[in-house]
Design a binder for this molecule. Sequence first.
Ligand code: C2E
Ligand code: CA
Ligand code: CA
Ligand code: CA
Length: 278
Amino acid sequence: KGEGRNAYRYYTEALTVAARQRLALESRLHRALAHGDELKVYYQPQWDLQSGNLVGAEALMRWFDPDEGLISPAVFIPVAEESNLINLMTDWVIEHSCEFWVKNGLTGANGLHLAINLSPRSFSNATLAVGVQESLLRTGFPPHLLELELTEGALMQEGTGALAILQSLRDTGVRLALDDFGTGYSSLAYLRKFPLDVLKIDKSFVDVLNEESGAAMVTAIVDLAHVLGFRSLAEGVEEESQASFLRACGCEMYQGYLGSKPLPAAEFLVLVSKLKSE
Ligand code: C2E
Ligand code: CA
Ligand code: CA
Ligand code: CA
């Protein structure tokens, strides 16, 4: 009995420590967002599989904490999602990267598209589309080059009016991509209803392309995307053999270490100008 009580106390203490750490992280993140220079946006190139051309990039957030160094988005995004910070962060990434695109001439003729991650929490915000439109206007970013990524979870939230919010986003002229496709739980019936442009095939499927069943799944997903009128983009492509397979089965685009890791803004610009002069 005594032991049980100790175990219980240990458990609550551990919980308290975790909760305190989370709160501390949350307040540091708040500060980072207010001061600006700790948060950076990296850009991961996206490539057309047929032509090999650079067609766009995904904005991925990085946090350089003065004490802890680089903190992964896998750590701080969930913390931001549990608080209201995620909506502020999303606004910040949209505004910051749209401005970067315009300032560096990436929106001109043959402009590159810019993909930005939305949190499922964004879909409980009825004014999401208004905010996006304001950012587009303020930065002078052409709507058709902005691609917003959402996950299956965002679509499946019940009673939140996700479909209406997606439609209002679509009405601003931006494109919509379904991220991590195949890892969530959206039904095919739902998928048909949503005004999407791109299905992003999750890395976990790309990883098993060397297995017969994995290859068959990826082929089926690419076909499904086409039946629904969407294009497909494979994520996490690391090997040329994976790219060849994807090309052969009609997948339109890819991103992954084979092409490039996510790059700091300045390095991304160097890559763009190098490709332009080739
Ligand atoms: P995600 O949206 O699925 O982004 C793709 C992740 O895969 C990125 O991790 C990227 O660096 C990584 N990746 C890309 N190619 C390869 C590859 O060939 N091999 C391997 N092993 N990994 C690859 P990252 O940057 O650590 O981001 C993790 C997640 O954090 C993202 O997953 C996204 O869900 C979230 N995230 C990042 N930035 C933001 C943001 O600004 N807003 C929101 N809401 N979420 C974000
Ligand atoms: Ca993404
Ligand atoms: Ca993804
Ligand atoms: Ca992912």
